[in-house]
Design a protein around this ligand. Structure first.
Ligand SMILES: *Cc1c(COP(=O)(O)O)cnc(C)c1O
Length: 366
């Protein structure tokens, strides 16, 4: 069977080895005579899967003991609300750095909960870069600073993170978690929907410093209170067992690849192959992001005109490339090259881009 060259933005490619393992265990996991979806979430078998996913994530990301690892539902989008509901007291202000559509949405939800301020923004420049950290202004009133570590739609990524000894940094890492080494201890809270780098949709990982779990928020809906999930080891209600199972397999796969450091190296190579193609195309392909802010996860680019973009996308499709249209809000093209996308697929895409450019550049010049 021929697998697609999958450049989907999310849900996205999963490692073939993970799908094969899941397939082999599909009807009978651990000799139970049941599929993973049919196990009780209170069973020994499921407990083992749950613990494996938590432990592997702790190991791979080097998560310190004083952080809780939670598996929640509602996507990264529910975290846009849960973060301010749990971390923003009435008399304080939540600061947001605006670097794209997702940070805009996060801010919009926080505004419904309490006071907010924009700490820095690249909105005026169509989100082509990450604002320099020196520009970020935090007041005495800051409850937390929210950033989006990788901007899936615009294709920009933070290279250096802001730090603060007093204000917790909250990061939406949905589209670059586990793609490179980070220092978890410089964040108060990290959240990520699984469907880009961690597994299928349906589970959201939240990594929260234990002292930020507020145990006096009894007025909050039980399910929206981090304390509920922390106290119950993310088993307060039925967790998305199948998604957590696949997450555990993806984490195992990352470990087999040599861990995050090895993955980071491959990711750098993958991004380089595509950006090099863009930079050496004599202006045929133009990157959306400024070079300093380029994402290693989402490569966004445009072609000389709308007609060529359409032609590029339709020919790419014929060649087996999937998911290359840019997000409807910025148009153009986007190749999402998350952890599970092999280097070889990026090389195939670069070759296709080169061939397409040579053919069509000649036509343009005629
Ligand atoms: C995909 C994405 C989201 C939305 O995630 P859902 O799980 O669909 O809610 C939020 N933030 C970023 C950075 C994303 O890439």
């Amino acid at each position: 069977m021929k697998r697609a060259y999958n450049f989907n933005a999310g849900p996205a490619a999963l490692p073939l080895a993970v799908l094969e393992k899941a397939n082999a265990e599909w009807l009978n996991i651990f000799g139970s005579g049941m599929s993973v979806m049919e196990l009780s979430h209170r069973s020994k078998e499921y407990e083992q899967i749950h613990a494996k996913a938590q432990n592997l994530l702790r190991e791979l990301m080097n998560i310190p003991e004083h952080y809780e690892v939670l598996f929640l539902q509602g996507g990264a989008s529910l975290q846009f609300s849960m973060v301010p509901m749990n971390l923003l007291p009435k008399d304080q202000v939540a600061y947001y750095v605006l670097t794209g559509a997702w940070s805009d949405k996060a801010l919009k939800e926080a505004k419904k909960v309490g006071k907010t301020k924009v700490a820095a923004s690249s909105k005026e420049d169509n989100y082509t870069y990450i604002p320099p950290i020196e520009e970020i202004q935090l007041g005495e009133d800051a409850a937390y600073l929210h950033i989006t570590s990788n901007n899936t739609i615009y294709g920009t990524q933070w290279k250096v993170f802001p730090t603060s000894s007093t204000v917790p940094i909250v990061a939406d890492m949905s589209s670059d978690i586990l793609s490179k080494k980070i220092d978890v201890s410089s964040f108060g809270l990290i959240y990520a929907g699984a469907q880009k780098n961690l597994g299928p949709s349906g589970v959201t990982v939240v990594i929260i410093r234990k002292d930020l779990i507020n145990n006096s928020l009894s007025e909050l809906p039980t399910m929206l209170n981090y304390e509920t999930h922390a106290k119950n080891n993310s088993l307060y209600n039925t967790p998305p067992t199948m998604a957590i199972y696949l997450l555990s397999l993806v984490l195992e796969w990352v470990k087999e690849q040599g861990g995050v450091e090895a993955i980071e190296k491959i990711n750098e190579q993958k991004a380089k192959v595509l950006y090099k193609m863009i930079d050496e195309s004599e202006g045929f392909y133009k990157g959306h992001a400024l070079p300093d802010s380029r994402s290693h996860m989402n490569v966004t680019f445009t072609l000389p005109n709308e007609e060529l973009t359409k032609k590029f996308l339709s020919q790419a499709k014929e060649e087996g490339f999937v998911g290359l249209s840019g997000h409807r809000s910025i148009g153009g093209c986007r190749a999402s090259i998350y952890n599970a996308v092999p280097l070889e697929h990026c090389e195939r895409l670069a070759e296709f881009m080169e061939t397409f450019r040579i053919k069509n550049n000649l036509l343009l010049k005629k």
